[in-house]
Design a protein around this ligand. Structure first.
Ligand code: PA5
Length: 417
């Protein structure tokens, strides 16, 4: 379903790839690998019924979480949430992904007096940013609905057995969803972490999972060396070995900006360790052709670019009007659709950047739909895990994240630090 093209010569070692795939499948954190196929149908039904309740009693659902506990669903909601087929009365808001008082003030102003519910998402149940936001918002819920009313509007997605959030959810009888032990935050989009907010936002989670499952079969039911995810991972590893240590993910669709944010976290946290890894950066074109475009064309040549493309133009389109005076000289575009002009800008950029010495890789999803983006998420999860393994690092841990926490806790006087 997902296509990968490159002009770079890429040699895929089938034996090495097979070995890596078996390691990922057997890894204690490899629970995401077959998740789209093996998803617990009972849990899916309870997610849908919780989503229906939230849609019936809340204008807003505030999703509290940080990193892998929020970027995946936000990526998909920003990409798909405004499409005509994704009609939901309940809007998703986000909290707990920073410690900024201004961001919190903005959230409170948006909430106003409207009815709302909370989905607090934290696998560990102890991460500071979401825990602080939860305390504030829980207080607001209690003021508005009383203790019992508040409890009925709190949905906790966390570990099955441990952590402060787990203990509180159990004691207070919040509706609970589980982040499976064998799935890490940034690989958790297809668990309750992503699926509850997505269902509330009106996104077809069955189609999303079906797209991911289709990509799984596309990859493993055919010749492994030809699989798009494997070729992408192998190309990245070869580029890294030839001192291309920055990858720019580029899209010509602004609705995919948050998808790029999710991608950066996925690859950054999975690969950036033991002095290894390709630094993941992103641009949205054509906006950034008037910003970072100059650097890409003529700056340092340690960069490669991955174009994230959609094969099918969006259903919504606009033809450039004709103008009898033609003072702006644009009549050569009269009658042409915006999507057609955008596609030409994309093709032109690839040619320009290649001629400037930038290796350009192309990743194509069929369209902007739940099914296609489900496939794309699975494609990137798989290629990221393989790519990290090819570079000799563990894709599923993030030991470096602790350093800032320890220093912060010392300064803040947290007991034990
Ligand atoms: O990908 C990851 O594992 C991290 O980004 C975590 O999702 C993030 O640190 C939040 O952790 P938690 O869900 O435990 O609050």
């Amino acid at each position: 379903m997902i296509q990968f093209n490159t002009e770079q010569p890429v040699a895929v070692s089938l034996a090495a790839t097979q070995e890596i795939i078996s390691q990922i499948r057997a890894d204690a954190m490899g629970g995401w690998f077959e998740l789209p196929e093996t998803y617990n149908k009972e849990e899916l039904a309870s997610i849908k019924s919780a989503a229906a309740k939230i849609q019936s009693d809340s204008k807003f659902l505030v999703c509290i979480g940080i990193g892998g506990s929020y970027l995946g669903h936000r990526a998909l909601i920003e990409a798909l949430g405004s499409l005509p087929e994704t009609e939901a009365k309940t809007k998703i808001l986000y909290a707990g992904n920073s410690l900024s008082p201004l961001a919190f003030d903005k959230l409170l102003k948006t909430l106003g007096d409207a009815d709302f519910s909370i989905n607090v998402i934290s696998k560990s149940g102890t991460t500071t940013e979401p825990a602080v936001a939860f305390r504030f918002l829980k207080e607001k819920l209690i003021q508005k609905y009383g203790s019992d009313g508040a409890r009925a509007r709190i949905y906790a997605t966390t570990d099955a057995n441990r952590g402060a959030l787990h203990d509180e959810a159990l004691q207070e009888k919040y509706t609970r969803f589980v982040v499976p032990d064998n799935i890490g935050g940034r690989y958790s989009v297809f668990s309750a972490v992503g699926l509850l907010p997505l269902a509330v936002a009106g996104i077809d989670i069955d189609n999303l999972l079906a797209g991911a499952a289709a990509e799984y079969h596309d990859t493993f039911d055919h010749q492994l060396a030809n699989a798009a995810a494997i070729k992408y991972a192998a190309t990245r590893a070869e580029l890294a070995a030839s001192r291309h240590d920055v990858e720019i993910l580029a899209t010509f669709e602004p609705q995919l900006q948050y998808f790029e944010e999710w991608w950066k976290q996925l690859f950054g946290e999975s690969e950036g360790k033991q002095n290894q890894g390709i630094f993941p950066a992103s641009v949205v074109y054509t906006t950034d052709l008037h910003s970072l475009g100059q650097y890409l064309q003529e700056g340092r040549r340690n960069i490669f670019e991955t174009m994230l493309e959609l094969e099918q133009a969006p259903a919504t389109d606009f033809a450039v009007p004709s103008d009898s005076q033609n003072l702006d000289g644009l009549n050569y575009l009269a009658g042409k659709n915006l999507s057609f002009i955008n596609q030409n800008a994309l093709d032109a950029t690839i040619v320009a950047h290649r001629s400037g010495g930038i290796p350009v890789l192309e990743i194509k999803a069929p369209d902007l739909s739940a099914r296609s983006l489900g496939a794309l998420v699975y494609f990137f999860e798989l290629s990221c895990a393989i790519s990290a393994k090819l570079q000799g690092v563990n894709p599923f841990d993030q030991p470096g994240v602790e350093a800032y926490k320890t220093n912060m806790f010392m300064r803040l006087g947290k007991p034990g630090f």
